[in-house]
Design a protein around this ligand. Structure first.
Ligand code: URA
Length: 443
C-alpha cells in the first residue's frame, strides 16, 4: 500500500505553482481513491491544478497513476494496434457508429469506451442503447471478448476501470472546475489507455455546438492530448473540426441511429457531405496509425470499399448481436423508439443551406427531454431534429427545411416552429472543409 500522503504540503506545492513528482502524484491519487485524503482536500488540490496547470510530464504521470487505480486491459494485438477515436462532443455527432464498424471491416481492431450525454452535447451510449435489448454495461472481460470476437466494441466504462476518474470528475463538476486542460486530458486519456488502445484519433471540436467553442482553446486541448498520449506510448493524431452546425441530417438519440444505419446500408454517396468527409478523414487516420493501412490513400480506399460493399453494416450487426441487441432492428428501423408528433419547419430565408445552429438545437433537445442536465436525468430517446436539406443545397423561402420529432403534443406548436426556424442558416457559398487542422504530437 502507498504511504499516507502529506496532502497539505502537496496541495500547497501545487497552489504555489510547483511541479509535483511521481511519488507525490502517486501518494495523492491513491490516497484520494482509498479515502485517506478526504474529498475537501482532493477538491482543493483539483482547484490548485485548475489555476496553476501541470507540465506535460506531470499530466502524463497523473494519467498513468489514475489508470493504475483500476483494471486496465492489455492490447489485444500489436499489429495492427487496437485503435480508438474520441470526440470531444457535439450535436448530431454519430461518427462512432460509422467509423468503428467501417474501420473494423477494413482490418482494424476498435475498442471504444464511450460516454453519455450531458448538457447540449449528445452521448454515444444513450444513442446505442435505443436499440432494444442492447446493453453497454459490460465487465472488462466481456468488453475484451467482444473486441476479440467481432473486431469492435462500443461500451461504457466499467466500475473497475479508472475509479479515480469518476471521483475526480464528480468533484470537478461540483466545484465548477471541469474546464481545466490537464484535468480534461487525464480524464479522457486514462480511459483510452486503460481500454487497451495502442493508437488514438482525437476529434477535437470547436464552434457553437462544441464543448469548447473557442478554436484556440480547442487547439490547446488538442496539443495537450496528443503530447500526453504520445508520452503514454500511444500513436496519436488530433483533428480540429468545425462544430458550428449540426453534423449530418439528424440530432437526437434513436434518430441518429436511423441515419447511421441508413448510411452504412446505402453507402457514402447517399450520406450527407459533412458526415462523409469526417468519417473518411477520421477513419483513414485510425487505419494509418494502427498500421492496418500503409497510407491515407489506401486507408480511404479500404473504408470506401467496406462502406459500399455493406461489410461495415455487417460489422455493426455483429456488435449489436454481441451486446444483446435486437439485430432485426438493423433491417427494420421502425423497431427503434420514435416520435408521436412531428412539426414541419419551413425556411424563412433563401440561399445555400449552411446547416442548423448546433448549440440552439442541442439546447432544444435537452430542454425537450432528449438530453441530460444532470447525470441522473432519464432521457427520452424519441426526441429529435431531422434536417431535410443537405448542406450546400439551395433552399428557397417557405420550403420545408427540418422536422421536429416530439413524443407528446407541444403546448404551443407555433412558438416552437418559430423558434426552430431561427436555427436555419444560409450562406452565399457551400460550407466546408470540416477538418480544418491536423495535429501530430510534438514530444
Ligand atoms: N470528457 C471526459 O471524459 N472528461 C472530461 O474531463 C471532459 C470531457
Amino acid at each position: 500500500m502507498t504511504k499516507t500522503p502529506n496532502a497539505k504540503s502537496i496541495i500547497a506545492k501545487k497552489r504555489d505553482g510547483g511541479a509535483l513528482d511521481k511519488g507525490e502524484i502517486e501518494a495523492f491519487v491513491h490516497g484520494a481513491v482509498n479515502g485517506q485524503v478526504p474529498d475537501y482536500q482532493v477538491t482543493a488540490w483539483l482547484m490548485a491544478v485548475y489555476f496553476q496547470g501541470m507540465t506535460a510530464e506531470e499530466t502524463a504521470e497523473f494519467t498513468r497513476t489514475m489508470i493504475g487505480t483500476g483494471e486496465f486491459l492489455p492490447r489485444v494485438s500489436e499489429h495492427p494496434l487496437p485503435v480508438d477515436k474520441h470526440s470531444t462532443g457535439g450535436v448530431g455527432d454519430k461518427i462512432s457508429f460509422l467509423v468503428a464498424p467501417l474501420v473494423a471491416a477494413a482490418g482494424g481492431i476498435v475498442p471504444m469506451i464511450s460516454g453519455r450525454s450531458l448538457g447540449h452535447t449528445g452521448g454515444t451510449l444513450d444513442k446505442l442503447e435505443t436499440i432494444p435489448g442492447l446493453r453497454t454495461n459490460l465487465s472488462t472481460a466481456e468488453f475484451m471478448s467482444c473486441v476479440r470476437q467481432t473486431g469492435l466494441c462500443i461500451s461504457g466504462q466499467s466500475d473497475q476501470m479508472v475509479p479515480a476518474d469518476r471521483l475526480f470528475y464528480s468533484l470537478r463538476d461540483a466545484a465548477s472546475i471541469v474546464e481545466s486542460i490537464p484535468l480534461i486530458t487525464a480524464s479522457i486519456l486514462s480511459k483510452k489507455v486503460a481500454e487497451g488502445a495502442g493508437a488514438l484519433v482525437l476529434d477535437v471540436k470547436y464552434g457553437r455546438g462544441a464543448f469548447m467553442p473557442d478554436r484556440e482553446r480547442a487547439r490547446t486541448l488538442a496539443l495537450s492530448l496528443t503530447r500526453t498520449s504520445a508520452l503514454l506510448g500511444q500513436r496519436v493524431r488530433a483533428y480540429l473540426t468545425d462544430m458550428d452546425r449540426v453534423l449530418g441530417r439528424t440530432a437526437g438519440n434513436a434518430i441518429e441511429i436511423v441515419e447511421s444505419v441508413r448510411s452504412l446500408r446505402e453507402g457514402p454517396d447517399a450520406t450527407s457531405p459533412d458526415l462523409r468527409e469526417l468519417t473518411l478523414a477520421l477513419g483513414a487516420g485510425m487505419l494509418e496509425l494502427s498500421g492496418a493501412s500503409v497510407d491515407d490513400r489506401s486507408a480511404r480506399r479500404a473504408l470506401t470499399e467496406a462502406w459500399t460493399s455493406g461489410a461495415g453494416l455487417q460489422k455493426l450487426r455483429s456488435m449489436v448481436e454481441w451486446l444483446g441487441g435486437d439485430v432485426a432492428t438493423i433491417d427494420d428501423l421502425s423497431r427503434l423508439p420514435s416520435s408521436s408528433h412531428q412539426l414541419l419547419v419551413e425556411s424563412p430565408v433563401e440561399g445555400v443551406f449552411a446547416g442548423l445552429a448546433a448549440r440552439d438545437v442541442g439546447d432544444w433537445i435537452t430542454e425537450s427531454g432528449g438530453g441530460r442536465l444532470r447525470t441522473s436525468d432519464v432521457i427520452d430517446p424519441g426526441i429529435g431534429v431531422e434536417v431535410l436539406v443537405d448542406v450546400g443545397e439551395a433552399i428557397g423561402r417557405g420550403e420545408p427545411a427540418l422536422r421536429l420529432h416530439l413524443t407528446s403534443k407541444p403546448e404551443d406548436a407555433a412558438a416552437m416552429t418559430a423558434r426552430a426556424a431561427r436555427w436555419i442558416e444560409v450562406a452565399d457559398r457551400p460550407r466546408g472543409p470540416w477538418v480544418t487542422e491536423t495535429i501530430d504530437p510534438e514530444v
